[in-house]
Each structure stands twice: as C-alpha cells, then as structure tokens.
Design a protein around this ligand. Structure first.
Ligand SMILES: Nc1nc2c(c(=O)[nH]1)N(C=O)[C@@H](CNc1ccc(C(=O)N[C@@H](CCC(=O)O)C(=O)O)cc1)CN2
Ligand SMILES: Nc1ncnc2c1ncn2[C@@H]1O[C@H](COP(=O)(O)OP(=O)(O)OP(=O)(O)O)[C@@H](O)[C@H]1O
Length: 202
C-alpha cells in the first residue's frame, strides 16, 4: 500500500462521511421510502427467504422501511455482529421484532450474541452491504475495518459453486466517486443500488 493511496482513500472517506452525516431527517426518511419501494420490486428480493442488511449508522442510507417491509413479507433479516474472537470478521444474526439489541464498540446496535441466531454466510440469499463510496467499476470503500472485505472474500471464493449470498451495495447517489484507489484485497461488487439508480457491474 502506498502512502498516497491510503491518503486518498482516507480523504474520500472523510468528505463523503461528512456529507452523509449532514443529511436532514426528512431527506433520510424520503430516501428510505424510495429505497424500500425499489428493493421490493427487485427480482432477487422477490425470491429471497433470508437477507443480510444493516442498521443505519453515520448517515448511511436508511434501511428501516425496507426491513419492516421484509418482515411483512416473511423475508428473514440478518444483521452484522462483530465476531467476539475472530478480529475483523462478522457474524450474521437473525433480526426480528423481539431481538435483544446491544451496542458494539462502534456504538452501532447489533443483536446480542446467541449461536442459535447465527446463519452461515452461504445460507443467505442476498447480502446488502453498507459502503462509504463506490466508483464506476463497482469498487467499494467502507469504514476502514475490512469487515465486509473479509466477508465478501468468502463469497468470492465460493461463488462458482452457489453464487450465494448475492452482494448488493446500498448508498446515497452522492457516494459515487470517479475512482477509488484500489487495494489488492478489495472485492468489487456486482450491483449497487441508490435511491435513484441501479448500477450493475458484471
Ligand atoms: N451500519 C453499519 N454497520 C456495520 C458496518 C457499517 O459500515 N455500517 N460495518 C462495516 O464494516 C461494520 C462495523 N465497522 C465499522 C468500522 C469503523 C467504524 C467507525 O466509526 N470508526 C470510527 C472510529 C470509531 C472508534 O474506534 O471508536 C471512525 O473511523 O471515525 C464504524 C464501523 C459492521 N456493522
Ligand atoms: N480479505 C481480507 N483478509 C485479511 N485482511 C483484510 C481483508 N480485506 C481487508 N483486510 C484488511 O482490513 C483493513 C481495512 O481494509 P479497508 O480499508 O479496505 O476496509 P474497508 O473496505 O474500508 O472496510 P469494510 O470492508 O469493512 O467496509 C486493511 O488493513 C486490510 O489489510
């Protein structure tokens, strides 16, 4: 990794995170509704039984309305939980209206760990991934922990077999940038959805 690369990745993170943190609540609610409406017509969602999603943090595109719509349609929803021993890795736990929640070290709400609620990655139909920025090639930049890079690398390694879970990035339109300086561990994702566009990369 070169210093200039890491600086510009950090600069992108800084600029885009500031922008999304400054969104007002009305805009967030409108975008959440638009997202839910478009996702509910998505062919992969229409046939999904279990999906991984995230709870909005740091001004991310709000997923609340979509999550509730999934529950109404009997689509099971799973949330990322920081792995208790395996640093940098995520588990995906069932999230329903009675789930006991707690805050992780980043102050993001996550289901309280219970092994009975964990679903192996390959049993999820779709993994909706949060991101800070994406570019025209499908490169994604996250918060900097490498959590989704590690998760997606497991998907990538086994994708010839099952292609499950199908990754879809979610973002505000302004999170698209010209180019993300790539690192060797980055896994480009096949599809990114914003309130106004659907991008398919391969
Ligand atoms: N909604 C949501 N949930 C998610 C993620 C995400 O991007 N969005 N993650 C995606 O990976 C994982 C958490 N990764 C994160 C990595 C860094 C920071 C963060 O805020 N870092 C602060 C410093 C916080 C601290 O150390 O106290 C910062 O960079 O300013 C947050 C989450 C799992 N859950
Ligand atoms: N597949 C992987 N295996 C091991 N380490 C990895 C892997 N992917 C990323 N990392 C490590 O994670 C750290 C953070 O990576 P990076 O800055 O690209 O995360 P990010 O894409 O912003 O975050 P996220 O993927 O959680 O959204 C890097 O130091 C990198 O070495």
């Amino acid at each position: 990794m070169t210093t200039s690369n890491s600086l510009s990745r950090n600069e992108i993170r800084h600029v885009i995170r500031q922008k999304r943190q400054s969104l007002d609540e009305t805009t967030q609610q409108q975008q959440s509704q638009r997202l839910a409406s478009s996702l509910l017509n998505h062919p992969k969602v229409l046939t999904a039984q279990s999906i991984a999603i995230y709870l909005t943090n740091d001004g991310e595109l709000n997923t609340d309305k979509f999550i509730h719509a999934c529950w109404a349609q009997n689509i099971k929803t799973y949330l990322p939980v920081l792995h208790p021993f395996s640093k940098g890795h995520l588990l995906f736990l069932h999230y329903h209206e009675h789930t006991i929640m707690q805050r992780n070290k980043y102050h993001i709400l996550e289901p309280k760990l219970n092994v009975l609620d964990v679903l192996p990655l390959e049993q999820l139909d779709i993994i909706f991934t949060p991101l800070v920025a994406f570019d025209k090639t499908g490169a994604r930049l996250g918060m900097g922990g490498g959590y989704y890079d590690r998760t997606l690398s497991k998907w990538y390694a086994q994708k010839a077999k099952t292609n499950k879970p199908y990754p879809i990035g979610l973002a505000h339109d302004f999170q698209q940038v010209e180019t993300i300086p790539s690192e060797h561990w980055d896994i480009p994702i096949p599809e990114i959805i914003t309130p106004n566009h659907q991008f398919k990369f391969y």
